[in-house]
Design a protein around this ligand. Structure first.
Ligand code: ADP
Ligand code: MG
Length: 292
């Protein structure tokens, strides 16, 4: 059984909305010297909005209608944003079937008898599909300003793109500063493209950035850091973060995140506030010091 002081500390954290699966996780937390943060939904609000639509042939609403229908089953924040944009435009969505998710890349479904793919340039490259040259002028400035562009393909033909923007949580910078003050190195790991990653990292005060990572790359990064001798925490919200959360010494799931992330984590931040991590770290260090 865990020493009584660990149990008491666990209760103290729970009252702050920081829930530990096992009191013993506190001992590992006290040893923490490096943390990997996911971007979308962890460092950022995870409530992106569609900020631009570029349709190559036909009306933007035709593109939106097909993409939103194809995203019907996806739990990704981008899927929510695309569906919300269609709802606001008052669009009635057609039925979709055969939904497939490509973690870190996009989704595919059948809509009105056609294959609809919504995803990033990596997904297009994988299928040897080309992105229409007319979209470069749309994508480049958006990406430069830190937004993310995803492309729509109908039966393998690029028909347009969406730009999405997500804001960094108000508490993220303070949370990063708190961790650095405690001697913890902070690293950003994301499936998003390098400029969106760099923008979010700069706003949060993080200078170690790893972008364009697939879910299995995030887990491999954690294991490499552990191999270098670090005690590693990982904070994430998506089901794509689950392998990394499971690999980390301390997996920290955002309370608003997916069930897969909650299951894989050792600790949950009910209010999805990153400052909860440095609060938990301080409490764990005080508690463990008193045991020894
Ligand atoms: P993060 O690591 O920041 O949480 P993800 O791994 O979830 O990012 O996603 C990486 C990229 O994959 C996104 O930036 C987007 O380009 C693409 N993507 C993933 N899921 C979807 C989806 N449902 N619809 C469109 N694009 C998606
Ligand atoms: Mg995420």
């Amino acid at each position: 059984a865990a020493p009584i002081s660990l149990v008491l500390a666990t209760g103290k954290l729970a009252r702050r909305g920081i829930v530990l699966k096992e009191a013993s996780a506190l001992e590992r937390l006290a040893q923490l010297d490096l943390i990997v943060l996911d971007k979308t939904g962890t460092l950022t609000e995870g409530k992106p909005a569609v900020t631009g639509v570029s349709a190559l042939n036909g009306a933007p609403n035709t593109l939106l209608r097909l993409a939103a229908a194809a995203e019907e089953r996806s739990q990704h924040p981008f899927a929510d944003a695309i569906r919300e944009s269609a709802r606001r435009a008052g669009l009635v969505l057609p039925a979709s079937s055969a939904h497939v998710a490509y973690p870190g890349k996009g989704i595919e479904a059948i809509v009105e008898g056609k294959s609809i793919v919504v995803g990033n340039a990596a997904l297009a490259a994988e299928r040897s599909w080309s992105i229409h040259r007319a979209l470069h002028g749309f994508a480049e400035p958006k990406e430069k300003s830190g937004e993310t562009v995803v492309y729509v393909f109908v039966d393998g033909v690029n028909t347009g793109a969406f730009a999405l923007s997500d804001s960094v949580k108000r508490t993220s910078r303070e949370a990063v500063e708190g961790l650095v003050d405690e001697g913890v190195h902070v690293l950003l790991a994301t499936g998003d493209h390098p400029s969106a990653a760099a923008k979010a990292a700069a706003l949060a005060g993080i200078d170690d950035v790893h972008a364009s990572l697939l879910p299995e790359h995030k887990a491999a990064l954690i294991r490499k850091l552990q191999g270098d001798g670090h005690v590693v925490a990982m904070a994430g919200d998506g089901w794509n973060d689950a392998p990394a959360l499971a690999a980390a010494d301390i997996g920290i799931a955002m309370g608003g995140g997916t069930e897969a992330a909650l299951d894989a984590g050792d600790m949950t931040l009910l209010r999805s506030r990153l400052t909860g991590i440095s609060e938990a770290l301080l409490i764990s260090r005080l508690t463990v010091r008193n045991i020894r």
